[in-house]
Design a protein around this ligand. Structure first.
Ligand SMILES: *Cc1c(COP(=O)(O)O)cnc(C)c1O
Length: 432
C-alpha cells in the first residue's frame, strides 16, 4: 500500500471531529440550507441554497414584481443589477469596479469574449487566426470555439482565410500549441473533470509572449481558489455563479474584461442592453463605453437576485482560510480513500500537488456510474463524468472533516459489499 502522510491521525473519526472544532469557517454552515441525511459533495456543480434566498425570492416576486410592477426597473435597482453584482463578484477574482457583469450563460459569455479577442487581433495582427484550447476542456468551451470558427470561415469562404481550433492534448503541449499564428488561448483555470489547475500568471505570460490574448474560464475557480485576473494580466474571463458561488440553478454567469479592451470593438451580440443609451431607442447601434457593452438583452431579474444572496456569503469569507481548508479537506479525502478503499480499483486523477489542484477530487472506477448512483442513494451526493469518473466537490463553507470521513466510510461500504452492482444503479439519468 502507498504510504501517505497527513497531519491528522487517520485511524479514527475523532481526529476529524477535533479538526472541525478549531475550524474558523465552521459558522458558515449555518448560512446554507441542506437536507438532513445528505453529505453534499456536488457544490462544484450546483451550490446549495443560501439562507435568505427564499426570502429574497419572495421579496422579488411578491413585492418588487407584484407591487412595483414595471416601476421596479427603476425603483428596485433592477436595471443596474448586472453591473452592481459584477462589482461584488470582481472582488473574488481580482477584478476592479466596472470590469465585470453578471449576465447570460458561461457559454454565451465565452462567445462574446472569443469574438472580441478575435476582432482585436483581426485589426492588429490579421495573421493570427488560431484559437488554442484543450481537448480535455469542458465541452461547451470547445463547441463555442468551433462554432465561432465555422461562422467566420463560412463568411470568409471566398477569400481563403481560415480560422481554426487547435487542441492541447497528450500529443501537443501548451508550448507547442503556442506560436505566432495564435489569436487567442482559451483555457479553463481548473479542469472540470480532474480538478487540475493551470498557473494563470505563467500561462497568460506565455500566451502574451507569442502575441495571443488569454481568456480564462473560471467555472470551477470562482469561490473555490484564489484568482487574481489583473495580477495575472489576463485579457478576458468568464464563469458560472451556480457552482461554488451558490447562485441557484441556471443562475446567470459572469464576464470580466480587462479595462484595456473594453471599448475597442463591439462584441457581436450587440443587443439593446449593450447600447450606450438603450432607451433612446435609436435606429442604429452605438456601443456603451462601459462594461455594459458585454450585456445583450433583458436580464433574468429573479435569478440574478439569487446570485446576490450567494455572493454576500462569499464576500464575508477569508479567502486564505477558504483555500487552506479546501486543501486540507481534499488531502484528507484523498488519503482516506487511498487508505480505506485500498483494495478497490480507484484511480486518482486529481493532482497531489497543492499548487495545481482546485477544490474537487476525482477518481476513476471501471463501474463509476453505478458506484456514484449507489453513493447518491446512500446519501453522499457527488457526480459522475465520462469516462468512469467519480467527482467529489469539497466545499469548505458547509462541509467539515467529519463529513469527509463519513462520506469515505459510505463509499468503502458500498465498494466492500458491491452494493452498486445492481441494475437500478446502472440505468443512466439524463443529467449525471
Ligand atoms: C460548468 C461549466 C460551464 C457551463 O456553461 P453553461 O453555459 O453555464 O452551461 C462552462 N465551462 C466550464 C469549464 C464549466 O465547468
Amino acid at each position: 500500500m502507498e504510504t501517505l502522510t497527513h497531519p491528522l491521525d487517520l485511524s479514527t473519526r475523532e481526529a476529524c471531529v477535533a479538526a472541525d472544532s478549531t475550524d474558523s469557517l465552521s459558522s458558515f454552515k449555518e448560512r446554507f440550507i441542506l437536507p438532513d441525511g445528505v453529505i453534499y459533495l456536488d457544490g462544484n456543480s450546483l451550490g446549495p441554497r443560501p439562507v435568505g434566498a427564499l426570502e429574497r425570492a419572495q421579496q422579488v416576486i411578491a413585492t418588487e414584481w407584484g407591487e412595483g410592477l414595471i416601476r421596479s426597473w427603476n425603483t428596485a435597482g433592477w436595471f443596474e443589477l448586472p453591473v452592481r453584482l459584477g462589482d461584488k463578484l470582481a472582488k473574488l477574482i481580482g477584478g476592479r469596479d466596472g470590469e465585470t457583469v453578471v449576465t447570460d450563460t458561461t457559454s454565451l459569455n465565452l462567445f462574446k469574449a472569443l469574438a472580441s479577442a478575435i476582432r482585436i487581433q483581426q485589426v492588429d495582427h490579421p495573421e493570427r487566426r488560431v484559437i488554442v484550447t484543450e481537448r480535455d476542456n469542458f465541452p461547451t468551451d470547445i463547441y463555442i470555439a468551433e462554432g465561432i470558427t465555422d461562422f467566420l470561415n463560412s463568411v470568409a469562404q471566398e477569400t481563403g482565410i481560415r480560422y481554426e481550433v487547435r487542441l492541447i492534448d497528450e500529443d501537443l503541449s501548451l508550448e507547442q500549441a503556442l506560436d505566432g499564428s495564435v489569436a487567442v488561448l482559451a483555457l479553463s483555470h481548473v479542469n472540470y473533470r480532474t480538478g487540475a489547475m493551470w498557473d494563470m500568471t505563467a500561462v497568460t505570460a506565455k500566451a502574451h509572449g507569442v502575441g495571443a490574448l488569454a481568456i480564462w474560464d473560471l467555472a470551477h475557480s470562482a469561490g473555490a481558489v484564489a484568482v487574481d485576473l489583473n495580477g495575472a494580466d489576463a485579457d478576458y474571463a468568464v464563469g458560472c455563479t451556480y457552482k461554488y458561488l451558490n447562485g441557484g440553478p441556471g443562475a446567470p454567469a459572469f464576464i470580466w474584461v480587462n479595462a484595456r479592451h473594453q471599448d475597442r470593438f463591439w462584441q457581436p451580440l450587440s443587443g439593446w442592453w449593450s447600447h450606450a443609451k438603450p432607451f433612446n431607442m435609436a435606429d442604429s447601434y452605438a456601443p456603451a463605453s462601459t462594461i455594459n457593452r458585454f450585456l445583450c438583452g433583458t436580464q433574468p431579474i429573479t435569478s440574478l437576485a439569487m446570485v446576490e444572496t450567494g455572493l454576500d456569503i462569499m464576500l464575508d469569507v477569508d479567502p486564505a482560510a477558504l483555500r487552506a481548508k479546501s486543501l486540507a479537506m481534499t488531502d484528507l479525502f484523498i488519503a482516506l480513500v487511498k487508505q480505506r478503499c485500498a483494495s478497490h480499483p480507484l484511480e486518482l486523477i486529481t493532482p497531489r500537488d497543492h499548487a495545481i489542484r482546485g477544490s474537487h477530487v476525482s477518481f476513476r472506477h471501471p463501474d463509476g456510474y453505478a458506484v456514484m448512483s449507489a453513493l447518491i442513494a446512500g446519501g453522499v451526493i457527488g457526480d459522475y463524468r465520462e469516462p468512469g469518473v467519480l467527482r467529489f466537490g469539497i466545499t469548505p463553507l458547509y462541509l467539515g472533516h467529519a463529513d469527509v470521513w463519513d462520506a469515505v466510510e459510505i463509499l468503502r461500504d458500498i465498494l466492500d459489499t458491491r452494493a452498486w452492482d445492481k441494475a437500478k444503479f446502472k440505468t443512466r439519468n439524463a443529467v449525471t
